[in-house]
Design a protein around this ligand. Structure first.
Ligand SMILES: [Fe+2]
Length: 345
């Protein structure tokens, strides 16, 4: 956190008014960014923006849910201009709390693929992650786990592990499946997955990959960057995990692999709206795309942006689901109701 913002938050209302006066005079020279990211490449990402625009960035970094809670509590007094966070489900939640303002930008419309922009222009996807199937190479033939449908197949009884059903990554996957299959088939699928569990859901995605490698279960789902992190790790125990497991891009012959995003939106009460829009437009530039995606081993969403990540590139091309990210948000509540009905805790 910068000194400015630390003082901002420790000195209370009097200081808040003083700062409001200062920022009003320098309308475009400062940007207050709330971000759930904390990667090394971000230093270059932000420094480059300041170099190009003269706009200094004050950062508040915190977990995804605490940041949204903080914005909610701050209300109209929030100093935040932009929220950067992960998963369409979370960005949608921020939208439901009326935290964002619509952004009409020719740059964003021209640079970002259609499915990375929600119809009401309140938030945007700037990098992409895939939700993949990971399997134990000694126990499972990859042909048996080519589709999300396979996770619910009785042949995999007692073999599947995942993180909690109430986690946003699984709710977003379920939201996509509802969109493709409709509620009835999606619910049958969820019931089948629960019937196949090797153990009650626990831990994060990396824990599922480790459990697959250890043979506690044989098949799991994980966001792609957790797999890449293990691939890049120098630790011998991580090398062993990666040697044991294989990766499948699910549903290559139907709608493609479920994709999610790291994304951002301009906040409704942003004191520096112009700077905020400039920042989002900057994130869509080739260079920023590369920094932004690489920070978390994700794919840039702008096609002309270079993929400067050999491990990620080594996984090759695949068919990605091009569902609009707005659909992932829209179906969240139904996804949770279905998981509740089938006991996917
Ligand atoms: Fe994650």
């Amino acid at each position: 956190m910068t000194t400015d913002l630390k003082r901002f938050y420790t000195c209370g209302v009097a200081f808040l008014i003083a700062v409001a006066g200062v920022t009003a005079n320098a309308q475009d020279k400062v940007l207050n960014l709330y971000s759930s990211r904390h990667y090394q490449t971000d230093e270059a990402l932000y420094a480059n923006f300041t170099k190009l625009t003269g706009i200094r960035i004050n950062r508040i970094e915190a977990g995804e849910d605490p940041l949204i809670e903080r914005l909610r509590n701050e209300g109209a007094k929030s100093p935040a201009d932009v929220l950067v966070t992960v998963d369409a489900g979370r960005l949608w939640r921020a939208e439901q709390l009326d935290l964002f303002t619509p952004v009409t930008s020719k740059v964003l419309a021209a640079r970002l693929p259609d499915h990375m922009r929600v119809p009401n222009d309140r938030w945007f996807g700037f990098s992409a992650r895939a939700r993949v199937i990971v399997y134990n190479k000694d126990a499972i033939k990859p042909a048996a786990v080519q589709n999300y449908e396979d996770l619910a197949d009785p042949r995999l009884k007692g073999k599947v592990c995942t993180r909690s059903g109430s986690h946003v990554y699984n709710l977003s996957l379920m939201s996509a499946l509802i969109e493709h299959w409709g509620e009835k088939k999606a619910e049958e699928w969820a019931r089948g997955v629960v019937a196949n569990f090797a153990r009650a859901p626990k831990g994060g995605d990396t824990d599922q990959i480790r459990a697959v490698a250890a043979g506690e279960c044989q098949v799991a789902v994980s966001n792609s960057y957790y797999y890449i992190r293990l691939m890049k790790s120098d630790k011998p125990e991580d090398r062993k995990v990666i040697a044991k497991v294989g990766l499948v891009w699910p549903n290559q012959k139907s709608f493609g692999t479920h994709m999610n995003i790291s994304g951002a939106g301009v906040l409704k009460h942003a004191p520096h709206k112009e700077a905020a829009i400039k920042f989002l437009e900057y994130l869509a530039s080739d260079q920023a795309q590369s920094y932004f995606a690489n920070g978390n081993n994700e794919w840039p969403v702008v096609k002309s942006a270079p993929l400067d990540n050999p491990e990620l590139a080594s996984l090759g091309n695949f068919r990605a689901d091009n569902l609009n990210v707005g659909a992932l948000g829209k179906n969240q509540a139904l996804a949770q109701r279905i998981f509740d009905r089938v006991g996917y805790k």
